[in-house]
Design a protein around this ligand. Structure first.
Ligand SMILES: C[S@@+](CC[C@H](N)C(=O)[O-])C[C@H]1O[C@@H](n2cnc3c(N)ncnc32)[C@H](O)[C@@H]1O
Length: 281
């Protein structure tokens, strides 16, 4: 079993980018009354303490959500993301960070459904506990999210947002993401897919966005946020990206406003920057 626990990283710069994009996509996709299915193939524990030993060990959140907390000058997409985090910290002190399942729960409606997969035994137990009172619209599976996609797509509602967010601790994840997306698009071509990817010094990571573009049939968006120069020792995460297939059409304009602000807020050196590319039919 792998050792990755998202609690060490919750609220870091990569979570900020991922969850800013997620909040916007959930907002666009819930603008219509028709039911939406949210599928999280790599759900994590659902929500995280920022005061506990995991988050405090390296304090990654301090260079992520910590830098944004209390900022009143954020562009709309970032302030809506901050609002989603604030709902977990009602006294105004930053103590808890919502994972993607919790953000989705907050934003989805009674007619929507959450389908969550988490393979790590401890994390899946925490996830199940977190959603114990959420009722039947939330399904938590202690199972492989890539296999789960085959079972769940296409969703009964024919409207779906799929978040694919592996840790890539196992380098086989890069190939699994490509194969999983290829298969998912055959089952459900009109679904909206969001793949998170790391900026690390590994060939597979550099090749991944190009491989995803080839699958996306001319309707995709790619947004990346680099916070610092790659480390001299070849290790560490210097940024991350989100690759969206069938993106909501306003997302590009929204991110064009948000990303430069995020670079200024989260950038750690002169190599900080963003990229935004899209091709939309
Ligand atoms: C980056 S974390 C997820 C964070 C979460 N999506 C969020 O944004 O709050 C990745 C999670 O995937 C889990 N995982 C790894 N391989 C998996 C697989 N094949 N299927 C389901 N979960 C997996 C890990 O245990 C870890 O909790």
């Amino acid at each position: 079993m792998f050792s990755y626990r998202h609690g060490f990283h919750a609220g870091n710069h990569a979570d900020v980018l991922k969850h800013v994009v997620l909040v916007q996509m959930l907002q666009y996709l819930t603008a219509k009354d028709a039911p939406l299915w949210f599928v999280d193939t790599h759900a994590g524990a659902g929500a995280y303490s920022l005061e506990g030993a995991f988050a405090q060990k390296k304090g990654e959140y301090r260079d992520g959500i910590g830098r944004l907390w209390g900022r009143k000058d954020a562009p709309r997409a970032v302030s809506e993301y901050l609002h989603a985090v604030e709902r977990n910290n009602p006294d105004g002190e930053l103590r808890r960070y919502p994972g993607s399942p919790q953000i989705a729960l907050q934003m989805l409606r009674r007619q929507d459904r959450l389908q969550l997969y988490e393979l790590h035994t401890t994390e899946s137990k925490l996830l199940r506990m977190h959603f114990a009172a959420a009722g039947r619209r939330v399904s938590v599976q202690a199972a492989d999210g890539f296999a789960g996609l085959k079972a769940v797509l296409p969703p009964a509602s024919r409207r779906g947002l799929v978040l694919v967010d592996p840790s890539y601790e196992d380098k086989a994840d890069y190939g699994k993401v490509v194969a999983g997306l290829r298969d998912a698009l055959k089952r459900f071509a009109t679904g909206v897919y969001a793949v998170w990817y790391p900026q690390v010094q590994r060939q597979e990571a550099q090749d991944l966005p190009g491989r995803l573009r080839q699958l996306a049939a001319g309707d995709w968006l790619q947004a990346s946020l680099t916070v610092k120069a790659p480390a001299g020792d070849g290790l560490g995460l210097h940024g991350s990206g989100m690759f969206i297939v069938n993106p909501p059409w306003k997302l590009a304009a929204t991110l064009r406003e948000a990303l430069p602000w995020l670079v200024r807020a989260l950038g750690q050196d002169r190599r900080a920057g963003f990229k935004l590319h899209c091709e939309q039919r």
